[in-house]
Design a protein around this ligand. Sequence first.
Ligand code: PLP
Length: 395
Amino acid sequence: MIKPNLHYADLKESYLFYNIAQKINAYLEKNPDKRLYRMGIGDVSLPLCDAVIKSLHDAVDDQAKKDTFHGYMPECGAPFLKETVADYYKSKGIDVDTEEVFISSGASDELGDILDLFDKSSSALVIEPAYPAYVDANVIAGRKIVHLSSGEENGFLPLPDDETEADIIYICSPNNPTGAVFNKAQLKEWVDFANKNGSIILFDAAYEAFIEDEALPHSIFEIDGARTCAIEICSLSKTAGFTGTRLGYTIIPEELERNGMNFNSMWVRNRTTKTNGVSYIIQKGGAAVFTPEGQKQIKDNIQIYKSNARELMKALDALGIWYTGGENAPYIWLKCPHGMGSWDFFDYLLNEIQVVGTPGEGFGEAGKGYFRFSTFGSPADTKEAARRLTELLGE
Ligand code: PLP
């Protein structure tokens, strides 16, 4: 009889969003006349920008004509988009070759698939609180997970020390859920650690476009030594509203090797075996993000989310509540007031002011007693939520 992958039984049930939905439904059943202010979702609320929409329409028309029709696309990405992404890196002073760029259907898919590059015996270090997929993808593969807890004492930005041991190291900066961002000196410590130990950093840059502080790094490849120890995974989901359209990119430097094996070549082999590439239409839409017009339009949208963040930060500052994030990330991670637990605070906000956030506990043990606000909602709702928070907690 076939033996299933028994590691699925090791997955912890993720009750987070299910529990949130249950609590909201129960509340609305009892209070049908109440309106909720939803600041829990990590999905965007603004539509794709005009430059992308036009490019998508043009690409659909291309597919209607014999001369411009595209069938299978190259597995690692269309050359036009790979070049565009490499140029985007060059515009930030980072030298990336076109052949180091791989086009993907988004960061989630890639974060799971990329594990094919590593032996099952390699351990995976996850800085917690964390985006849940890092742990789950490794549990499914049967890997040992090294949980590195972070907290207020290090601004949720822990560094390696003499006891740190890991083969694969996940770094998400700007971070989901905490919104914290590693600076160059801190990332350099991780890079030096990885080079010394032969580890590989999987750098999740899904929120790089939200960085405002010019001194903070958008890419791990801004750090000396990263080309011999890091893979960067990025996405247009939050940068340009592609959550439902699906597009991302991954950078694997040509010199990244272990045991005489080259990770860039291995990934080419993997992609040519396991995918037939991303749709021509979507890649055309994605390329428009990097045009001057597209860049202006996505930045305008990001500024709307930023103004949401400012509304919330202003309220938290006035209330004297500790938080991180918001400035260079679309998430605000706050300490629940009066020593409340994450779920108690969730219930309190829902029942008293109809504001919905995400309990930090859902992102691992280290999130207990913390709470996440997303800034991807509508400005009017965010403003009202900030006003209600001030009124409730300022008493
Ligand atoms: N990485 C992080 C840290 C995220 O928060 C998310 C989505 O919320 C993703 C990756 C997934 O992005 P994508 O939509 O490209 O799959």
